[in-house]
Design a protein around this ligand. Structure first.
Ligand SMILES: NC(=O)c1ccc[n+]([C@@H]2O[C@H](COP(=O)([O-])OP(=O)(O)OC[C@H]3O[C@@H](n4cnc5c(N)ncnc54)[C@H](OP(=O)(O)O)[C@@H]3O)[C@@H](O)[C@H]2O)c1
Length: 332
């Protein structure tokens, strides 16, 4: 069996010694379900040689998302046969080695990867169908936290069919998904009202939205925010308040789109999670634009905190508490 690193046969200048020692990866796994600070563990594992269509990525930054925390907490199920369970979904890094049939990918290239199960690691074997070339202008930390939330935001805006005639309320407009949904809806020409804590209002104004504080009296504040009727709502929070207010304000329930209120499906709202054909298409179509817009600065994203990979459990725990605006990233 060939060892690593391994070169892309199509890239002569990157031909490396394929008999080099295999890569031993440092990974963070969940050994149980529960408090992430208690059930996550750092382990070492020898990576398999990449198969056809696969490469090894040396990770530079890893995106941390609520779904990672929910999985570790057991909120998505407690299948014990899945333990020890790799964690993570997205990363940015540099190609370390390539398997056969990896045209267009070569050792040393910067990439961003999503979805990459088990992304909480310093090296991963991943199919090139999950990788995208990363422009020099897009640093690894911003890239690592871009795609999961970015494609989700794009999906909500496309599913709600947001256009120039709309007045749209975005619940959780300063969250990682919300802040991208705000920018995409503003770009579509809509009037955008975004709910957020007061500390985030100035930022939302800079992005072109009208900020409104959530909590008691929200319906009245949203009504007062603009002259026209609210025509659509995007919920990134999942609270009953967000859904009830949306049902109150938006006549057409097919234009109330949520990524989090899965218990409210009976209300006729649209829930998106990347599983339907439309949702998959919206997400796939969004990737290139998100990367190029983030690289040229026309899409604003923020990195709120960096944690060493070994402190992934703490990062997950902190993400589920009240946390600063922007993405958490792990640094191997
Ligand atoms: N279905 C999917 O495909 C999909 C994909 C990605 C994420 N998600 C889910 O979507 C949710 C948001 O993800 P995210 O990455 O954007 O999380 P995030 O960055 O943590 O943002 C959550 C935001 O919610 C806001 N918030 C907190 N309490 C609120 C309340 N009572 N009312 C209104 N807003 C409130 C906070 O804003 P302030 O700081 O302004 O208070 C916070 O910024 C998570 O549940 C995640 O699992 C679903």
């Amino acid at each position: 069996m060939a060892g690593l690193p391994h070169s892309n046969e199509n890239t002569n200048e990157n031909t490396l010694d394929i008999d080099s020692a295999a890569v031993t990866a440092v990974q963070v796994v969940a050994t149980d379900y529960g408090d992430p600070t208690e059930v996550t563990e750092v382990v070492k594992a020898e990576l398999p040689t990449p198969d056809a269509g696969q490469v090894v990525v040396a990770t530079e930054a890893i995106g941390v998302n609520p779904i990672d925390a929910k999985i570790v907490l057991g909120a998505m199920g407690t299948d014990r046969s899945a333990l020890p369970r790799p964690i993570g979904n997205e990363l940015a890094g540099v190609i370390h080695a390539v398997g056969p049939d990896t045209d267009g990918f070569a050792v040393g290239q910067r990439v961003v990867g999503y979805p990459v199960p088990g992304a909480f690691a310093d090296h991963v074997v991943v199919g090139t169908d999950r990788l995208h070339h990363r422009p020099d202008a897009l640093d690894a930390e911003h890239a690592a936290g871009l795609l999961l939330v970015g494609v989700t935001a794009a999906d909500t805006v496309a599913t709600a069919g947001i256009g120039a005639d709309d007045v749209v309320v975005i619940h959780g407009g300063a969250g990682a998904v919300g802040v991208i949904a705000v920018q995409l809806a503003v770009r579509a020409g809509a009037t955008v009202i975004a709910t957020a804590a007061p500390a985030n209002h100035d930022h939302l104004r800079e992005l072109g939205a009208i900020p409104v504080t959530y909590g008691d009296g929200l319906v009245d504040r949203l009504r007062d925010a603009t002259a026209g009727p609210v025509t659509a709502a995007i919920d990134t929070v999942g609270t009953d308040e967000a859904i009830d207010v949306s049902l109150h304000l938006v006549d057409d329930r097919s234009r109330i789109v949520s990524i989090a209120a899965f218990g409210r499906a009976d209300n006729g709202i649209v829930l998106v999670d990347g599983s339907s054909a439309d949702s998959k298409r919206h997400r796939a179509e969004a990737v290139d634009g998100l990367i190029s817009d983030a690289a040229d600065g026309s899409l604003v994203t923020e990195v709120a905190a960096r944690y060493p990979l070994a402190q992934a459990g703490q990062a997950l725990a902190d993400l589920m508490e009240r946390h600063p605006r922007g993405k958490f990233v792990l640094i191997p």
